[in-house]
Design a protein around this ligand. Sequence first.
Ligand SMILES: C[S@@+](CC[C@H](N)C(=O)[O-])C[C@H]1O[C@@H](n2cnc3c(N)ncnc32)[C@H](O)[C@@H]1O
Length: 266
Amino acid sequence: MSTITDAEFGRFQRFIYDAAGITLTPAKKAMVSGRLSKRLRELQLDTFMDYVELLDSGKAAREVQFAVDLLTTNETYFFREPKHFDLLRRLADEAAARPQAFRVWSAACSTGEECYSIAMVLADRLGDSNWEVVGSDISARVVQRARFGHYPLSRAQHMPVPYMKRFCLKGTGEQQGTLLVDRELRKRVNFSLVNLNTDLPRMGLFDVIFLRNVMIYFNGDTKRQVVARVLTMLRPGGYFCIGHSESLHDINTSVEQVAPSIYRKG
Ligand SMILES: C[S@@+](CC[C@H](N)C(=O)[O-])C[C@H]1O[C@@H](n2cnc3c(N)ncnc32)[C@H](O)[C@@H]1O
């Protein structure tokens, strides 16, 4: 198989921009070529152009999902950016006395570590009831892995030890070096496939929304549209957490910054 040409790369840039709002810079050419080569071989296609033509044909919806899975970057781990979990602890304590459920949405949740980290904090502070965690992502592959809740232990280096003991089963034998999130906790997190770049499904209002480490893949326009869409799901007074390397500086929003990477809706 030949290396990817500029024209082919241009077509994949357009494809993933239209599908997910993701902007692939020219620096990502080798990554795209590396990630797609195996799929071309599996489909016995000779060129990257053949593959992108298939994706653009409108007749290969499953393959489009497969390509989106391959072209998204899903790095994540438990208790990433811990300050947001300190905020959650405080908010959960404040919500303990109120009648309505405390609801959190992880809007680009990848393989689910973020959602289970949130769920551990809420189960710890609020007990068995009156809270809800929703996790969503555009990639079907990661959403499926999130539902399994089975991870390499290396992803849990930042998990507080008492949470590990209380909410995880450590693998033995063949499963050595892995952890399984406890079934009861898994049942408390609802995962779904949601593309933030299109109209959102009805999910009700949330007290806290995590939109972390996904805006870095969007250009200014897409970022503005996604943030506006996501913030319609935040209740007044609710909190919005973004990745530490991201910002809302160039965006007019209904939220006000209260700490680095933490915003609150008025
Ligand atoms: C680097 S991961 C971030 C995971 C987690 N939020 C964290 O901070 O650790 C970025 C995720 O965004 C997802 N993503 C990219 N474009 C998306 C879109 N348009 N809609 C929903 N999810 C998207 C990717 O599939 C990927 O799983």
